[in-house]
Ligand binder design. Structure first.
Ligand code: DCP
Ligand code: MG
Length: 351
């Protein structure tokens, strides 16, 4: 039986800002882009969440929901620094760490001898240490696998702990809403609801074959998750080789001009995701992916350590000429240089 802890900072960017600026602590606060520049909310504190403000929401809309909301720009370098400090605290407990983003990580403490191997007490200790050292609160989930640990860390947020012991798994999962399952987005949840499934107890009644018929390979996963089974390992050595943003359009893009017009928004989102990668990653190339309306696809790459919209436009034109048909999906990406990351990993200094 494994013991997994999932740790997730509470309203991370906003928490750092509230720590450093006492005047922000008791007001609704968001970190995000300006409303007059079509900005979006990166995150907000819990006072703002009470008004319905959420991550990824347009700032203009957030201000409608909460007119007293204070929106401030983010300071990524500072958040990265706090993230490194937090990951270092986790590393004092185990090297079996899988960082998922700046503020989130899985720890496999199955073999830890700390506190006689009590994962619950390890998690409490981590929560205390992070708060003492960084002034940020984290929530933690303890469970026999990654899926349940992640659900658990969200259960008593903010500043909470939730433990799901092996003997509690069955009951816990039966009462769980299917939309809490990893990989079940709003579309799948709707589809399941039509089938009469809202909880995992409902889901458990469906056979493997039935699920495979409706959901393909994901059906097998649903079968397992609804029984609280998740055998994924905590992967410590994963080095990302690329990062990309893709969008499938509800209506095919009929001309190259139409395709080119989507570069700015995709490029912005790509840079946002890149800025959130753990560690300092160097770019060694850029690429564009196009999928045409007949589902054929093509990727055009260019080795380069610099990037801008015009380079992506050039690649997109080349790619478009290969198919010369309406486009259903566009993707932009960076190839990442792994040499330095791999070297740092050897020294356990990454991220
Ligand atoms: N983030 C972002 N844009 C998003 C989602 C998140 O820029 N669409 C950033 C801001 C968050 C950080 O990533 O502070 C961590 O994301 P989480 O989803 O863990 O959200 P929070 O930590 O802010 O809140 P929670 O307390 O719900 O974990
Ligand atoms: Mg968080």
């Amino acid at each position: 039986m494994r013991k997994i802890i999932h740790c997730d900072c509470d309203c991370f960017f906003a928490a750092v800002e509230m720590r450093d600026n006492p005047e922000y602590r008791d007001i609704p606060l968001a970190v995000g882009g300006r409303s007059d520049r079509r900005g979006v909310i990166a995150t907000c504190n819990y006072k703002a969440r009470a008004f319905g403000v959420r991550s990824a929401m347009a700032t203009a809309y957030a201000l409608k929901l909460c007119p007293t909301l204070t929106v401030i720009p983010g300071q990524m370098e500072k958040y990265r620094q706090v993230s490194r400090q937090i990951m270092q605290i986790y590393r004092e407990v185990t090297d079996n760490i899988e960082p998922l983003s700046l503020d989130e990580a899985y720890l496999d403490v199955s073999d830890s001898e700390l506190f006689q191997g009590s994962a619950t007490r390890i998690a409490e200790m981590l929560r205390c240490r992070v708060s003492e050292v960084t002034g940020i609160t984290i929530s933690a989930g303890v469970a026999p696998n990654k899926f349940l640990a992640k659900v658990a860390s969200d259960w008593n947020k903010p500043d909470g702990l939730c433990v799901i012991r092996p003997d509690q798994v069955e009951e816990f999962v039966e009462n769980l809403a299917v939309k809490k399952l990893h990989g079940v987005g709003s579309k799948t949840a709707e589809k399941l609801e039509v089938m009469g499934v809202t909880t995992c107890a409902d889901l458990k009644k469906l056979s493997r074959v039935h699920l495979a018929e409706h959901f393909g390979r994901f059906g097998e996963r649903l079968f397992e998750l609804s029984r609280g089974v998740d055998n994924r390992a905590v992967v410590t050595q994963r080095v990302r080789k690329s990062i990309s943003v893709e969008h499938t359009f509800s209506k095919d893009l009929k001309t190259i001009e139409e395709s080119l017009s989507h570069i700015p928004e995709l490029y912005l989102e790509l840079q946002r995701r890149f800025s959130q990668l753990p560690g300092d990653r160097a770019i060694q190339g850029i690429f564009v992916k196009l999928k045409f309306n007949d589902f054929t696809q093509t990727t055009i790459e260019h080795r380069s350590t610099v990037h801008d919209e015009s380079l992506y436009s050039g690649l997109m034109k080349q790619g478009y000429q290969r198919g010369n048909k309406p486009v259903r999906l566009l993707g932009l990406g960076f190839r990442l240089d792994n040499r330095e990351t791999e070297a740092l990993q050897q020294l356990s200094l990454w991220p």
